[in-house]
Write a protein that binds this ligand. Structure first.
Ligand SMILES: Nc1nc2c(c(=O)[nH]1)N[C@H]1C(S)=C(S)[C@@H](COP(=O)(O)O)O[C@H]1N2
Ligand SMILES: [Mo]
Length: 332
């Protein structure tokens, strides 16, 4: 099987936003380990015998056959895309990922994720706390019990790459109602998996404030377009897309959709978020897709489709105009 690597020259990694102090500490870490020269050799697992290049292995659900009977789910006709936005090929989407818990190399996340997943996911629970009637814990059985539907969504990373994928899941509003937040809750915070002994990115990049954390204003999280994702392309999620569940908030840049979530918390105050905390002038809390709001280091007027390579105009809210009702224009 030839090894297809998608590394286009238009790529601008989010990691270039890493503050200087952080790079400095990285150099110190590398130097102290005497690994500076060997840095590249430690890179991806390409060619490593443990990685299975078979397309079925690349897209295999991280939960194996568990919950296979929940898929495929009926497509919701209200969320389809026109011919100008063709579905991205499953393998292309599966081999071009941002998931820093594995690696900052978008073309190698799937390999690292596969190695991790083969050793088994930790026992999965979702802890729900903060301003709720009663703190609760959801297990995977409870999560996969909600009625599922498929939605074809646009996806847009702040780095200007875009794709169209069929997610399977249910509205985030359904999950929020299930958690019974108190009236004074105004935000909801999500925390991703922490596994410092096994997740290569958490071991290799100790300067990031692990685990990954994101948040939404509660009215945004309750908007019908905000989606809990349990599957993609008609089956449960492979690890690189954020198994066992992640969020799809298609009118915001990709980093507002945390993967492999283990905790939800309802708060009255706006919680800090991973990228906003690292670089507030480049990654706003709201981060709504807007061609008229350039990133500090590049324009956001255009985007490139990772499937077709086509460059096209960025749309306000990524084309999800129905969310405009949430905003008064002051959000950054
Ligand atoms: N936990 C976690 N969630 C994450 C990220 C991450 O590094 N860690 N990256 C974000 C970014 S920047 C993007 S663009 C999307 C990528 O999703 P995909 O790889 O499934 O396309 O995941 C988002 N969610
Ligand atoms: Mo991203």
């Amino acid at each position: 099987m030839p090894h297809i690597r998608l590394r286009p020259d238009w790529e601008i990694p989010e990691r270039l936003a890493t503050p200087e102090s952080v790079y400095l500490s990285r150099r110190q870490v590398v130097a102290s380990l005497g690994l500076a020269a060997a840095g590249l050799a430690l890179g991806t697992g390409t060619g490593c015998a443990a990685v299975d290049d078979d397309p079925r292995a690349i897209t295999r659900p991280a939960l194996g056959d568990r919950f296979a009977d929940r898929f495929p789910a009926a497509r919701n006709a209200a969320y389809q895309l026109g011919e100008d936005h063709p579905l991205t090929h499953e393998i292309i989407a599966a081999k071009h990922n941002n998931f820093y818990e594995f690696t900052t190399d978008k073309g190698a996340v799937w390999e690292k994720a596969q190695v991790y997943e083969k050793a088994g996911l930790p026992p999965w629970k979702i802890e729900v706390g903060g301003l709720v009637e009663k703190p609760l814990t959801l297990d995977l059985d409870a999560l996969f019990r909600f009625p599922l539907e498929e939605r074809v969504y646009r996806f847009r990373c702040v780095e200007r790459w875009a794709m169209q994928v069929p997610w399977t899941g249910f509205p985030l509003a359904t999950l929020i109602d299930h958690c019974k937040p108190l009236g004074k809750a105004r935000f909801v915070r999500f925390v991703s998996l922490l596994d410092k002994d096994r997740l290569p990115g958490q071991m290799d990049y100790p300067w990031y404030p692990w685990p990954y954390f994101e948040a939404l204003r509660l009215d945004e999280a309750r908007h019908p377009v905000a989606f809990v994702v349990l599957g993609v392309y008609g089956h449960a999620l492979p690890m690189q897309h954020g198994a066992p569940w992640r969020l799809a908030i298609p009118w915001k840049y990709g980093y507002k959709g945390p993967k492999s979530v283990v905790r939800m918390e309802f708060t009255a105050e706006r919680p800090p978020t991973f990228w906003n905390q690292l670089q507030p002038d480049e990654y706003g809390f709201f981060s709504n897709i807007d061609p008229a709001k350039p990133h500090k280091r590049w324009t956001q007027e255009t985007e490139t489709d990772i499937g077709t390579g086509e460059m096209r105009k960025t749309l306000l809210y990524n084309g999800y105009d129905q969310v405009a009702e949430l905003y008064d224009g002051s959000e950054v």
